[in-house]
Design a protein around this ligand. Structure first.
Ligand code: AMP
Length: 552
């Protein structure tokens, strides 16, 4: 027997419909690529997204066609995104930090017919498209005729002029949104591709809609109409972790930072717009705290930040809370999980403890919300104990988790339907996850694992350290030994032995990095995470002579 409830497909166009009709006057503030801060509302954004849909229809874009964006977080990017998704086309968010060759490979693999791009990317994009075969028929630059860059030929359209005068509502003749099944593809996002070719994660309307509800749970992001949200995490990094859907879903004010993500620029937006909630990778927050240390400025409205994408250190959690009264929620997830998988929101018992005693718990990646199932498995796929101590492969299952990759054959789920995250973690009886490493970053020394994340977490607590990374380097005797790479805060000096002294007594002796190297800048990958692959390659020979010197 079937239930007698209404058939109301879970499609994301309904999110913007709701925002426009119930929170129509709520603002979206963007730091534009052209320079000035631009203000719009959900009602205007809805109307302009309809114009985008109309323009795309005229270009022959139909359901299932891929339309790419290459843009920072901004109001026009949101319009393009909803305009594409509303008509059942697939919005493919390209990551502008990738090398042009890799971008073109992804554009080719995705079959993108149209690209909407920020003007700042025009020289790179147009040059790349001219020298690579791609399916791209049209480039639309997200600005107006006045800002047309010299390299943009006549076939390149300027967004404002392209949408101008088009119908802003169905009544006036804009294409109706929705009217397709909730399983219809909606968004496409390629994973960082640190091993092999990048892989496309193809979100459905249903998965994005359910992920929105998941994100809105009080123990996840817990957003509300009263919030002012600054998504620093880019829309091209797994839908800005869901915020690009969740903010309009509740009618929160949105503040879009554009491309300036340094501490001073972020702080300016936080204060001038009265931001209450934000989300970004740890390196962005380190930049903000350094700015605050240097200027003595405060955070007067910010209440909560979500930190994820790579492990959040204890010092970040502590400093935000003790110095600024801001709660950090440490999140784990991945492009394949839409992306939220776990969140470190304390339960009743932990919340009742003094903050210091909460810290060891809060620094973990947290527990899964409703909609996410987890298990731990060994190399052969057998279940491992959920005892908070046994480390194994973290496996995940749920309606917001990928079951395959775009245009790529091959089974990615195990017999029970779980997706292998490639992360090594422990899991306790309450489902609390602690990630020890990415499987490929694990350091194997003398047959045992050393957690790079744990060492990095401690070193980041040293007052002179800005960023720390620990990588495994081939060692003639021990297979691999840890190497500690450190970027000091501006103006700080330190000796390698000071780092080892700082670690001494805080980790097992055999975990101690054999060497410490100071770098002017620790390289970051396309999603703002430390580029460990590059560091491993650069220092691959560091311990090659170790045995010789020991023998000598
Ligand atoms: P991406 O798909 O680019 O978002 O990368 C996902 C990967 O980032 C995960 O599989 C983890 O290896 C890593 N990651 C994300 N969040 C965390 C976290 N809180 N702690 C440690 N690693 C994380």
């Amino acid at each position: 027997m079937l239930g007698l409830m209404q058939d109301w497909p879970l499609t994301v166009d309904r999110i913007l419909d709701h925002a426009a009709s119930r929170h129509g006057g709520r603002e979206i503030v963007s730091r534009s690529v052209e320079g000035p801060v631009v203000r719009t509302t959900y009602a205007e954004l809805h109307a302009r997204a309809k114009q985008v849909s109309h323009g795309l229809r005229e270009l022959g874009i139909a359901r299932g066609d891929r339309v790419a964006t290459l843009a920072w977080n901004g109001g026009r990017h949101m319009e393009a995104w909803y305009g594409v998704m509303g008509i059942g086309a697939v919005c493919h968010t390209l990551n502008p930090r990738l090398h042009p060759d890799q971008l073109c490979w992804i554009i080719q693999n995705a079959g993108d017919r149209v690209i909407l791009a920020d003007i700042g990317f025009a020289p790179m994009l147009l040059a790349a498209l001219a020298s690579h075969p791609t399916p791209v028929e049209r480039v639309i630059l997200l600005s107006d005729e006045v800002h047309r860059p010299p390299e943009a030929g006549r076939r390149v359209l300027m967004y404002e002029d392209w949408i101008a005068g088009r119908p802003t509502s169905d009544a006036a003749g804009a294409p109706a949104w929705g009217r397709f099944g909730e399983e219809t593809a909606c968004g496409l996002c390629y994973t960082s591709g640190t091993t092999g070719d990048p892989k496309g994660v193809l979100y459905s309307h249903r998965s994005n809609f359910l992920h929105t509800l998941l994100v809105l749970q009080a123990d996840v992001m817990g957003l509300s109409a009263a919030d002012v949200i600054l998504p620093i995490v880019p829309m091209f990094h797994a839908n800005a972790w869901g915020v690009a859907f969740a903010a309009p879903a509740v009618g929160a004010k949105l503040v879009m930072p554009g491309q300036r993500l340094d501490g001073a620029s972020v702080h300016e937006l936080l204060e001038t717009e009265g931001v209450t909630f934000s989300a970004a990778v740890p390196t962005v927050w380190q930049g903000l705290l350094q700015h605050l240390d240097a200027t003595g400025e405060k955070l007067s409205t910010l209440r909560r930040v979500v930190i994820g994408g790579s492990a959040c250190s204890e010092v970040l959690l502590r400093r935000f809370w003790e110095d600024y009264g801001v709660e950090v929620r440490h999140a784990w997830g991945m492009t394949e999980t839409s992306p939220v998988g776990t969140m470190s929101t304390p339960g009743a018992e932990t919340a009742a403890l003094p903050f210091d005693q909460q810290l060891p718990w809060r620094v973990k990646q947290g527990r899964p919300p409703l909609g996410i199932e987890l298990k731990l498995a060994d190399e052969d796929g057998a279940r491992l104990a959920e005892d908070g101590a046994t480390a194994g492969r973290l496996m995940v299952r749920g309606p917001t988790v990928a079951r395959g990759y775009f245009a790529r054959d091959g089974e990615v789920l195990d017999a029970e339907g779980f997706f292998d995250t490639g992360d090594i973690a422990t899991l306790d009886a309450h489902g609390v996850v602690q990630v020890t490493d990415r499987a490929k970053d694990v350091i194997k020394s003398g047959g045992e694992w050393i957690s790079s994340i744990e060492i990095e977490n401690i070193v980041t607590g040293h007052p002179a350290v800005a960023v720390a990374a620990v990588v495994g380097v081939a060692h003639p005797k021990w297979d691999e030994r840890p190497l500690l790479l450190v970027q000091l805060k501006p103006g700080q000096v330190a000796e390698p032995v000071a780092m080892q002294d700082y670690l001494s007594g805080k980790i097992a002796k055999w975990w101690m990095p054999d060497d410490v190297v100071f770098l002017d800048e620790i390289p970051l990958g396309a999603t703002g995470k430390v580029d460990k692959k590059g560091l491993r390659a650069k220092f691959a020979e560091r311990y090659a002579a170790a045995e010789l010197s020991q023998a000598g």
